[in-house]
Design a protein. Sequence first.
Length: 131
Amino acid sequence: MAQEQIRTGRLPIVNKGTAGPAEVLAASILDNARGDVVGDKTFGDGSVQKVIELSDGSAVILSIAKYYSPKGKTIQDNAVTPNVLVADTDDDAALPDEDDNATPAEQEVKPVPQQDEQLQKAIQVLKHRAS
């Protein structure tokens, strides 16, 4: 039963890396009360951009549209906050570009989490629904 609910999109797991159309899906599920969304606040990347190349070889990136939730909130301005909040354990990890210039001594080796807390919470929510 849990796999069926996850496969049908009624229990998406989101985090700060969730962006674009995935955010629209999560917002739609929440706005229409069609299920739960588990995880952490999303990235908030709800715009469509177009690259316009200029004659001198440079370019301009222009936002030409925004994604909206069914209730009219802009994803770019608000992101999506799940109704079942579980902090992403990787939130404290440095982004790849932050470590590009670091020496090996400066780079920390982060321990791999033993279990995915967001996935465990999603399974718990699904089990609660089934009972």
